[in-house]
Design a protein around this ligand. Structure first.
Ligand code: FDA
Length: 306
């Protein structure tokens, strides 16, 4: 991970900087490039627009690292509303959920219970639930949570994994053995070199190894990247292995590389867009800014401007 990215994530996480940024009009405007809006209605409107363009979606109610059961239950309420609306409006969307939004850092049993209820309701409409992968302090707990939910019969629960972590190739095999569909990402948090590959090249090579393995052996792999070289490589691998374009998908983030998304769809590949909505947009926005050096200029302008 680049020094710039590490510094930005550290500085941006400071509560004073967060307060400044969330009250600045320019920061809110920039954030709107990456999020659908602050309400469930905004999220659903974005899903409809993506569907009209041939894309499926995964909806994410923004929020993470809650510190009380009350907050976890409140977040679950909004997610259950989202499931209801996706079903009622017959939208092509699943859900992405951060386990720490359901209390993973203080009560894994509660997290399992809340997610089990969501997954049960979502299953009736064939909606897939992906556990987002967060910082390395909860990697093992998240992998174990996915295994636990699947062992409890929730066949529509999968998990995101991060190619930058040295352990990920093992987790890819472990969660595939549990029957899970895996979303492969590079990883968006600041992690130390003893557990994460420090260079871009090593992360990309790790991504290729896991993507190849998933395309050969995985259950409906979800190749989540905007990196064109990795996408081209995954296409070639799928063709070589005879994996049908209906049996895996590419995923990209709302507001990122729209033209590349369009090209993939035009060429007949499946593409799902990750659509975040909600008022708790700041940590998500910060990670989007940090993963691209050119975005840092936006961040500094927003911090200085009004
Ligand atoms: P890379 O960073 O190399 O970007 C390739 C190109 O894409 C860049 O050159 C640029 O053109 C464009 N690009 C990428 N990010 C951009 C941005 N923010 N703004 C503008 N352009 C950008 N991470 C995680 O830790 N846990 C998770 O659960 C998820 N979930 C997830 C779901 C989906 C659908 C996606 C696509 C990504 C995630 N991520 C994630 C984020 C992921 O880990 C990673 O940080 C970003 O996808 C950026 O990495 P790329 O693979 O796109 O490559």
């Amino acid at each position: 991970m680049s020094v710039l990215r590490r510094v930005l994530l550290a500085v941006g996480s400071n509560p004073l900087v967060e307060r400044q940024m969330t009250t600045r009009a320019l920061a809110r405007r920039i954030a709107l490039r990456f999020i659908a809006g602050e309400t469930l209605e905004d999220g659903l409107t974005a899903v409809r627009a993506e569907a009209a363009g041939g894309r499926t979606a995964t909806l994410d109610f923004l929020g993470e690292a809650v510190t009380s059961a009350t907050a976890a239950r409140a977040a679950q309420g909004t997610i259950l509303d989202a499931v209801t609306r996706i079903t009622a409006d017959a939208l092509p969307s699943g859900l992405s959920i951060k386990p720490t939004q359901m209390g993973l850092r203080f009560d894994p049993d509660l997290t399992s219970e809340l997610l089990g209820e969501i997954a049960g309701k979502a299953a009736a409409d064939d909606q897939h639930v992906t556990l987002d992968m967060e910082g390395s302090d909860v990697t093992e707990a998240t992998v174990a949570l996915c295994e636990r939910l699947r062992a409890a019969g929730h066949a529509n629960v999968g998990c995101a994994l991060q190619a930058y972590l040295r352990r990920t190739e093992d987790d890819v095999e472990r969660l595939t053995a549990a029957g899970a569909s895996i979303r492969l990402t590079k990883g968006a948090y600041a992690e130390p070199p003893d557990i994460a590959f420090p260079t871009r090249r090593e992360v990309d090579l790790s991504y290729v190894r896991s993507a190849d393995w998933l395309l050969a052996n995985g259950h409906y792999p979800r190749i989540a990247t905007h990196d064109e070289a990795l996408i081209e490589r995954a296409k070639r691998t799928a063709i070589r292995l005879g994996r049908s374009p209906e049996d895996f998908e590419f995923q990209m983030l709302y507001g990122v590389r729209r033209e590349l998304q369009g090209r993939l769809i035009h060429a007949g590949w499946q593409l799902r867009v990750y659509i975040p909505f909600g008022t708790q947009w700041y940590p998500y926005f910060l990670r989007r800014i940090a993963e691209r050096p050119a975005n840092v200029v936006f961040f500094l302008r927003a911090l200085a401007g009004s």
